[in-house]
Design a protein around this ligand. Sequence first.
Ligand SMILES: Cc1ncc(COP(=O)(O)O)c(C=O)c1O
Length: 381
Amino acid sequence: MIKQYLLSPGPTPIPNEVQLAMAATMIHHRTPEFAKVFAEVREGLKELFGAKNDDVLILASSGTGAMEATVSNLFSPGDKVLVVNGGKFGERWLEISKAFGLTPIELKVEWGKAVKVEDVERSLKSHPDIQAVLIQASETSTTVWHPVRELARLTQNGPLLIVDGVTAVGVARVPLGEWGIDALVTGSQKALMLPPGLGFVSFGERAWARVEKAKLPRFYFDLRLERKSQQKGSGAFTPAVSLIFGLRAALRLMRQEGLDRVYARHERMARATRAAATAMGLKLLAPESPSPAATGVYMPEGVNADKLLDFLREKMQITLAEGQDRLKGKAIRIAHVGYMGAFDVLVAIGALEMALKKFGAPVKFGQGVAAAQEVLMEALE
Ligand SMILES: Cc1ncc(COP(=O)(O)O)c(C=O)c1O
């Protein structure tokens, strides 16, 4: 078996400690033994979300389920919301809002660009009845970071700010309480270093105040029930016990490293990857406001991105991510999220140099690798 490298922005690699924790003997989910594990993960998640006194609810779903739960618990049919749409996941907010009968106002953002705070401000002024702004912190499809901190200031006394933090929580600091974000969601298969299958939602006080008034139907994702039950030590329904064992191990690893170091590692890997791509003459997808979770790069003229990715996977056992939608065949995304480090960046860049050469691009071996190494050296000081 040849070693495989999973360098995609989700699912991401899983540390052995987490893998082994998930293999533990099954226990019943309404026992003191489970409640103890549950209490520990709730504390760890609160710290990660910067949720101060607020709960972080654990759902058995992928990240999209957590997004849907946010919408169904906060709104009533017809409610007007502003959706920042600058990529695949902005589109997802739009689709969920439409599916639940809201009235979304779409603020389109050019792919590869971050939304401008003034544009959000203008939209809010033109529609004073907007109840919430829905956005990604990290728009994984375009590898853009949106200015959620500034938007939280803007919306402080106005509409709710609802942030999809699927490739942001655990990658960079996005403290819900301190910044005044009203709802923050993520999924397990990114920075949390787990398999897919858990969604996480945290609401601030303003959001909880809306939950009772919201009239959209909800059952499995009724967060009132979940909050009550999770405060007592288990889910309202059967929780994903094994994933929660894994979550405890993952949160312990993050605490051991220290959250500030976790964030610094992601930021450094991202900077190294961008430096490498630039040194190789590749154009970045999001040069102005890049996400620390993944780096998108356009392929040189004449190189089909999807064929190159197939080559990397089939011949080199390296999985990077494709460009989605309008970027299909034109761009690739190199992830640096979760259980990844300096040498994963060097693997990705070294392999990319080799694959590009194979595809006839004018590459000089070592150029990208050297540029990445210069940045990664910082960690050794
Ligand atoms: C920013 C963002 N939001 C939402 C999702 C959807 O999450 P899931 O595929 O876990 O439903 C993803 C998945 O990649 C994502 O990157």
